[in-house]
Design a protein around this ligand. Structure first.
Ligand SMILES: [Fe+2]
Length: 268
């Protein structure tokens, strides 16, 4: 991963969000197709449609109609092949690789010693990777597309087909322009906790999606999320560079939900 500016990595860590150009041979179209069709009634043989009704019995996540404009489908990486068309799975697997590369580059830029990253990320306990497929319904009269929040994991990468994404930067809500053929990368709570006392800490960026007005086309976005699993303990570097246990990710998530005023649903 290369930044356009010499201070790019430091700025990305400080802001907790940045744009990443797609590789030239990557085609995001199957992902956008899924965003535009997953909620349509099922048609036999069409694996893009029918996900509202599907149930996804092997998944602990699945379909959710949220109280804001978005309805979404969340599926763990090991189930993509089972539930999605082949070209969607290939695209998501490619994006998972890119997300992992970006995560390791950012850990290194934050000051995580070379060779330490796997242990810092929880080692053999493994983490959690899933996609979220979002349909923002412009015709729903709701206050926001998606309410302000920080992501809980280490990193989230997404592609969207139109603007609406906003981050809180230096105390101001800032709309982010989405140039053609770019991903947005966000840092989440687990990265923030891990690197808080390192030379270049990463910020869990507060972000939201503005509501689309009536008559505007529906917005589509799809993401790759990487974080700890709920059975894992969040780790943190001390200012002396020692890697210690911080708090169980489950306890952290319960406390965060209480702070933000929502109920923690332990689905994973
Ligand atoms: Fe988010």
């Amino acid at each position: 991963m290369e930044f356009d500016r010499p201070d790019g990595a430091a700025e990305a860590l400080r802001a907790g969000a940045f744009l990443l150009r797609m590789p030239d041979d990557l085609d995001p179209a199957p992902g956008l197709d899924l965003c535009r069709r997953f909620y349509l009634p099922p048609v036999p043989g069409d694996r893009y449609r029918g996900h509202r009704e599907h149930g996804h019995p092997a998944s602990k996540l699945g379909y959710e109609d949220r109280p804001d404009q978005v309805e979404q489908l969340q599926i763990e990486a090991h189930l993509w092949q089972r539930y999605f068309p082949e070209e969607v799975t290939s695209l998501l697997e490619r994006m998972e690789e890119i997300t992992g590369t970006a995560l390791h580059a950012l850990l290194s830029a934050a000051g995580v010693p070379a060779g330490d990253a796997d242990e810092a990320l929880g080692g053999h306990h493994g983490g959690l990777c899933y996609t979220t497929v979002n349909h923002y319904r412009g015709d729903l009269d709701r206050r926001v597309g998606i309410v302000e929040h920080t992501d809980s994991g280490y990193i989230t990468l997404f592609h969207a087909d139109q603007p609406g994404f906003e981050v809180l930067d230096n105390g101001r809500w800032t709309p982010i322009e989405l140039p053609e053929r770019h991903f947005v990368v966000n840092l989440g709570d687990a990265f923030d906790v891990l690197t808080r006392h390192l030379p270049h800490p990463g910020t869990a960026v507060l972000h939201r999606v503005a509501a689309a007005g009536p008559g505007q086309p529906d917005r589509s976005s799809f993401t790759i999320y990487m974080g700890p699993s709920y059975g894992m303990v969040l780790r943190q570097y001390t200012s002396d560079g020692e890697l210690v246990d911080y708090q169980s990710f489950r306890d952290f998530s319960v406390a965060k939900a209480a702070r933000m005023g929502y109920q923690f649903h332990d689905r994973i």
